[in-house]
Each structure stands twice: as structure tokens, then as C-alpha cells.
Design a protein around this ligand. Structure first.
Ligand code: ARG
Length: 371
């Protein structure tokens, strides 16, 4: 009889092998240990179509997934990722509690720590648990009758879903959205974060009170929650992870983009700039002061943040370390360059190979893909 093709829902032996070989080599395990583990996994795959990672393999895999993230300028710190193994969690309630613990650990009163919480893996193509949020903490966006949006326009669809599920927001420009979790085969449920777990920073400028008067703010902790983590052929559809902010993500994108909070005209007006002509460079001046305000405010409130020049230097350090280990740093140039003054960083002047290696984080169905 001809060999049947492996089911698409069976974990690939080749992927498992490739990962285990890398993990055991990089962590200086004996070849005999690797051999023992490989035959164990092979037998498990043959009988069940699945295998389970040990905690060591899981945490190594999650860290390397960060190291392999071609869009991330903050990868120097990949080894310090805290890995919470929540593979035994099955209910939405338990997931909420685990994520409250994640927020509290990672926020750490402002001294942010990188962490990932890993929920059950896909089995035979089924995800036991899904998180529907793009980020655990994010602001709502309400579409008004005249087509304008109150809050974050990027959250309009998700906010609509939350409202349909029965959540109610206060209707301000900075309402924290709830967690929305779905157990396999059930309806999604929402849960509001305890206020005390969501650290936020009011934005003010060191010398221009008119910028503080705009009433802008942002949250401390960026936790991406809609990417799939893949390690050794195993898929983790719910594995939210966080780092800390780079100032420009907030000051040059979230608050500045025309299709986000679109604050450059308001900042320019607060600064008394002439906005009638492009060549006064009012947008650039407003952008600069808004970004100075973001960095100043996070620092003032004791919330860890990195400026884009330091982040680029850290990436350069990472590139050198990787080179010394004979690993080529892959990168997606258009994502790695900061959105302000990119040519002042070395990244702008370097070519990067964008091929993604595994383990890694991927966008699955319901692609967001622009964070
Ligand atoms: N760019 C996203 C945001 O502004 C966050 C992406 C992850 N950023 C990070 N520093 N880990 O919310």
C-alpha cells in the first residue's frame, strides 16, 4: 500500500526534530540526551500524532521565537523573557486569572518585565482557547453618526464586537477594552480588567503646558495577543507576550497617524505653529515635541520606555552578538527602522534578509499584521 500523506493536523516529525536538535545544541545538552528525546518524540508522534514540549523546551522555544522576530527592534533581551506555562488552563475564567497575573508581573509598577503566557496548543487542528483581542490592553473606538471616531479608530471592529457581547464603555477617547476569550465550541465571553492592573501615563511636555492640556494618555504595557506561537511543529494560538514601549510607537504612530488619534494638528496648534504651509515643517516640529512629551511623561511616572536611538543601538549590539554565534540576523527593514529620523540609525543603512525562521510568532486567520 502506498504511504498515506500525513494528516495536516498531525505534528510534523521533521519540524519536531529540527527544533529539538537546535534546542539541545544551543543549551549544551549531551548528544545521548538528544537521541533519547528524539526517539521518545518519534514514538509519541507515531501513536498519537502529537507530542508535548517539556517546560525547558517550551521556554527556550518562546525565547528563540522572540529572537527570530524579524520586525522587532528590541530583540537584544530575548533571553530574559519570562515564560508562564499555562498549557493546563481550559476555561475562560482561568485564562482571565492567568492574564491578570501576567499584567501584574509584567507591569511591575512601571519597571516593565518581558513575559509570555502560553495557553494550550492546538490539537488536531482545534484551538481549545482563543483570545480575540489584538492587544490585552487597548483603547476602544466608537464610530459616531457623522463617521468620526471617538477613541482609537483601529479598535472600531473589536469594540463593536464587545458591545454586541453586552460590554458597555464609558464613551471616552481612552476606554480600556475588556478581555474577550473563546473556549472551543462556545460563545466568546468578555471580562473587564481590574483598574488597578492597568497602568497608564498622562502625556505632558517638559516645557510646553499646552501639550499636557490636550489630555492625551497611553497605557504602559503593550501585550500582543493575536499572534500564533509555533515551536517544533506545535502551534499555540493563544500566547500573549509583552515587552516595553519604544517612544515612537506611541508618539509617532498611535497618537500621530491620521487613521489613529491624529493629534499632529492639535499639537501644532498648541505650539502656535503656522500650519498653512508644508514647508514650515509644522508636522515635523509637532511630531518631535509630541515624542519628547511621551518619553518625558513615561520617565516622570517611572514607566520603562526606550527612545528610538537607544533601541537601534541595542539592536546593533544584538546583531554583533548573533554574528559572534555565527547566526545571521534576519530582519524586515521597513519594520525595524523607527518612524522618526530613521536615517540617524544604523538600521536604515543596512540590508536585512526578511526570511522568518522557526520558532516564531505568526499572524493566523483574522490577520491584523500592522502593529
Ligand atoms: N506598536 C504596538 C503599539 O503601539 C505595540 C507592538 C509591540 N511593541 C513593543 N514595544 N513590544 O501598541
Amino acid at each position: 500500500m502506498a504511504a498515506t500523506a500525513p494528516s495536516p493536523h498531525t505534528v510534523s516529525l521533521a519540524e519536531a526534530k529540527r527544533f529539538l536538535q537546535q534546542a539541545y545544541a544551543e543549551t549544551d545538552r549531551k548528544p545521548s540526551e538528544l537521541q533519547r528525546r528524539l526517539s521518545q518524540v518519534e514514538a509519541e508522534l507515531e501513536s498519537t500524532g502529537h507530542y508535548e514540549l517539556t517546560y525547558e523546551e517550551l521556554s527556550f522555544g518562546a525565547r528563540v521565537a522572540w529572537r527570530n522576530s524579524v520586525r522587532c527592534i528590541g530583540r537584544l533581551y530575548w533571553k530574559s523573557l519570562h515564560v508562564f506555562d499555562m498549557r493546563a488552563v481550559v476555561s475562560a475564567q482561568e485564562a482571565f486569572h492567568a492574564l491578570c497575573d501576567h499584567l501584574s508581573f509584567a507591569t511591575n509598577s512601571g519597571n516593565i518585565r518581558s513575559a509570555i503566557t502560553i495557553f494550550p496548543e492546538e490539537r488536531h487542528g482545534e484551538a481549545p482557547l482563543r483570545i480575540l483581542n489584538h492587544q490585552l490592553i487597548r483603547y476602544a473606538g466608537y464610530k459616531n453618526a457623522d463617521g468620526s471616531v471617538t477613541g482609537d479608530p483601529d479598535s472600531v471592529d473589536f469594540t463593536h464586537l464587545c458591545l454586541q457581547l453586552g460590554w458597555k464603555g464609558a464613551g471616552t477617547a481612552f476606554d480600556i477594552l475588556p478581555l474577550v476569550v473563546q473556549e472551543a465550541g462556545k460563545c466568546p465571553v468578555w471580562m473587564d480588567w481590574p483598574e488597578s492592573l492597568v497602568l497608564q501615563v498622562p502625556i505632558e511636555h517638559p516645557t510646553e503646558p499646552s501639550i499636557g492640556a490636550l489630555g492625551l494618555q497611553w497605557y504602559a504595557l503593550p501585550v500582543i495577543s493575536d499572534m500564533r506561537l509555533e515551536i517544533g511543529g506545535i502551534s499555540f494560538p493563544a500566547a500573549p507576550f509583552n515587552g516595553w514601549y519604544m517612544g515612537t510607537e506611541i508618539g509617532a504612530r498611535n497618537l500621530a497617524d491620521r487613521d489613529r488619534y491624529n493629534q499632529l494638528p492639535a499639537v501644532a496648534e498648541a505650539l502656535g505653529l503656522d500650519t498653512a504651509h508644508n514647508d514650515t515643517l509644522w508636522k515635523d516640529r509637532a511630531l518631535l515635541e509630541l515624542n519628547a512629551a511621551v518619553l518625558h511623561s513615561y520617565k516622570k511616572h517611572g514607566v520603562k520606555i526606550v527612545d528610538h536611538h537607544s533601541a537601534a543601538e541595542q539592536h546593533q549590539h544584538f546583531e554583533r552578538i548573533e554574528c559572534s554565534h555565527k547566526r545571521e540576523v534576519k530582519g524586515e527593514w521597513s519594520w525595524l527602522i523607527p518612524p522618526m529620523s530613521p536615517a540617524t540609525t544604523h538600521i536604515f543603512h543596512c540590508p536585512y534578509d526578511p526570511r522568518e525562521e522557526k520558532p516564531n510568532f505568526f499572524y493566523g486567520k483574522g490577520d491584523h499584521g500592522d502593529s
